[in-house]
Design a protein around this ligand. Structure first.
Ligand code: FO1
Length: 315
């Protein structure tokens, strides 16, 4: 299904929702023409290991080995290490499968050897057979911190340990001010013929990327089609806490809430048929709009939506 008339496609993605569209793009676009820029604000140190959840979700999904039920971790997983850890009374709230553990061990080893983050990511993904480029958004340490009614907590503590229950007051990306988009990221964006914002949580997965100094400037300066896909369908998030978060932070929980949040870096926006009523309001933001089926339940859905988004972007 590879076509040769593709330009350089750059996708910005975070967790599970973003990975699905990235997978669809990966089936259509020649791998040397596809770059996926991934949020690293979810990264954290756990049990002495550097864990990069969104990079791993994208890598496993494109490699075809992601756990289909959860979207994170590896399919056909075993949990012997966790059981052994539990015997030592160690924390088990963050589930690390035996196969998944190899990724964390190798990433941690290479980072401790001062290998660049984008080198580590390329080595891991290429060895899993992924042929397109997966790029961490920055080489620097950026951590999403969630200020809640119970005080500030690290992202994984909020998202996994507390199951997104605490009411969120604000979100900050610690370290973003001192960071920069990596050279590889800036170059990919400058050479892009289309930029796609995958249907990831705008507040947790796309905002950390957009918070990097110069990132919004690079995107605003780009004259190519920049298309966002709404992760909110019919007033609810398909996966994760996006709707609850948007509500708590005062954003309208609808495609228009997402489109407004991203409008300064977009030229087009894709919303689901059930949200047809919002199309006019999104157009009023100065965005081209595409209304289609955006719910991706099967691999075919992922490829269809990716094809429609690329066609919508004139690719
Ligand atoms: N999410 C959970 O809800 N529970 C877990 O136990 C869990 C473990 C886990 C292990 C490795 C990994 O790469 C991701 C993991 N996630 C887990 C998902 C993680 O919280 C991500 O940050 C989310 O996918 C949001 O991006």
């Amino acid at each position: 299904m590879k076509q040769t008339n593709f330009g350089n496609v750059v996708a910005l993605a975070g967790g599970v929702g973003g990975a699905k569209l990235a997978y669809g793009l990966y089936q259509l676009v020649p791998p040397e023409k596809l770059t996926v820029i991934v949020n690293t604000g979810d990264d954290f140190e756990h049990l002495g290991l550097h864990i990069s959840p969104d990079l791993d979700t994208i890598m496993y999904t494109l490699a075809g080995i992601a756990n289909p039920g959860t979207g994170w971790g590896v399919k056909d997983e075993s949990w012997n290490m966790m059981a052994a850890l539990a015997r030592y009374g160690q924390p088990t709230w963050f589930q690390l499968g035996d196969r998944d553990l190899a990724t964390h061990l190798l990433r941690t080893k290479w980072l401790r050897e001062n290998r660049p983050y984008n080198w580590v990511t390329r080595e891991l993904s290429q060895r899993l057979g992924v042929r397109c480029l997966i790029l961490p958004m920055t080489e620097s340490l950026v951590r999403t911190m969630i200020m809640t009614e119970q005080g500030e907590m690290a992202f994984q503590e909020y998202f996994v340990q507390k199951q997104c229950q605490p009411v969120v007051k604000s979100i900050r990306f610690a370290g973003a001010e001192q960071a920069q988009p990596s050279r590889e990221v800036a170059s990919a964006l400058r050479n892009a013929d289309v930029i796609i914002f995958c249907p990831s949580n705008p507040l947790l997965s796309l905002d950390p990327i957009l918070a990097l100094p110069n990132m919004r400037r690079i995107l605003a300066a780009s004259r190519v089609p920049k298309v966002g896909v709404s992760p909110i369908v019919g007033g609810a998030a398909l996966k994760g806490p996006a709707a609850k978060l948007m509500n708590e932070l005062g954003l309208e929980v609808s495609p228009i809430g997402v489109a407004r949040h991203l409008s300064d870096v977009l030229t087009g926006f894709v919303l689901d048929q059930v949200d047809q009523a919002h199309q006019e309001a999104v157009s009023a933001l100065g965005l081209q709009t595409l209304v289609t089926g955006t719910i991706m339940l099967t691999d075919e859905d992922r490829v269809r939506l990716a094809r429609e988004v690329l066609q919508f972007a004139g690719m």
